[in-house]
Design a binder for this molecule. Sequence first.
Ligand SMILES: NC(=O)c1ccc[n+]([C@@H]2O[C@H](COP(=O)([O-])OP(=O)(O)OC[C@H]3O[C@@H](n4cnc5c(N)ncnc54)[C@H](OP(=O)(O)O)[C@@H]3O)[C@@H](O)[C@H]2O)c1
Length: 262
Amino acid sequence: MRGLEGKVALVTAASSGIGKGVAKVLASEGCRVHISSRDESRLNDAANQIKTETGRHVETTPCDLTKPEDVRRLINEVRKKSGSLDFLIINYGDPKVAPFLDITDDDWDSSINMFLKSTVAMVKSTIPEMIAKGEGRVIFITSLTTKQPLENFAISASLRAAVVSLSKVLSIEYAEKGLTFNSISQGYIMTPRLENIAKRNAEMSRISLEQAYDAIRRTIPAKRFGTPEEIGYLVSFLCSSDAGYINGTNIQVDGGFVKFPY
Ligand SMILES: NC(=O)c1ccc[n+]([C@@H]2O[C@H](COP(=O)([O-])OP(=O)(O)OC[C@H]3O[C@@H](n4cnc5c(N)ncnc54)[C@H](OP(=O)(O)O)[C@@H]3O)[C@@H](O)[C@H]2O)c1
C-alpha cells in the first residue's frame, strides 16, 4: 500500500488478538511498528511472532491503558526509539461485561481511564508533532457496540461511543492540518477474547464449545468470524496515502452484523 514504508506506527493493546493482527499487517507493509500492552513477556512473544511472520523488527513498551501516566511515558518511549510517530492506532483492553448494577464505581473509573483519559493523553501528546509535519493518522478501534448497544455492555457501548464522537470532533478541528481521525467498529473477530466468551456461553448454556461458536455465527450474515488481519487491512488502507480524504468516519467491519444502514 502506498505511503506506509518506513512510517512509524504505534498500536496499543497489541500483544494479542486484534491489536497483534493490526501490528502484523502494518509491519508487513513496511511500517516501523511499536506495540504496547501490560504484560512484557506476552508483548515480547507477540513481537517475536510478528518478526518470524514478516521479517520485521517490532519495538515493545509495556503500558497499562488504565493508567494515563503510563500512556504519556509510552509516547515518549516511542519518540526516543524512533524519533517520531506517524500513525497512532488506539486499540483497547476488554471492558467488564455485566448487568449495569453489577458494575462498580471502580470498574467505571478504570474504564474511563482506559477509554477516555488515556485516549485524550495519547492524542494530546501525539498530534502537535503531526500538525508540525502537516500529516498524521489516528485510528480508534472500538466495537460493534457503538452502533448496536447490547445488554451487559454498558461500559463498552457508552465509553466507546464517546471515543467515536471525539474522533469526529478531532477530524473537523485538524483536517486542514493534514491529519485524519477515523474509527473502526468491528464485529465478532476470532481472538482469545472471543474464545473466552464462547467458553463462558458454553458453560452457562451447558452446550459444547462448537455449539457456542455456532450460536454466535448464526447471528452474523456472513456466517463466519472476522480475522484480526481483516481489521489490519482496513487500518493499513486508512494509513496509506490513498486514504487522505477519508476523515471523521466510523467504519463497520462485522460481516453484516449491524443492520442499521447509515
Ligand atoms: N474479538 C472481538 O470479537 C471483539 C469485538 C468487538 C470489540 N472487541 C474489542 O477489541 C479489543 C481487543 O479485543 P481482542 O478480541 O483482540 O482481545 P484479546 O485477544 O484478549 O487482546 C486484548 C489485548 O489487550 C491488552 N490489554 C488488556 N487490558 C489492557 C490494559 N489495561 N492496558 C493495555 N493493554 C491491555 C492485552 O494484553 P495484556 O494482557 O498484555 O495487557 C491484549 O494484548 C477489546 O477492547 C475488545 O473488547 C473485540
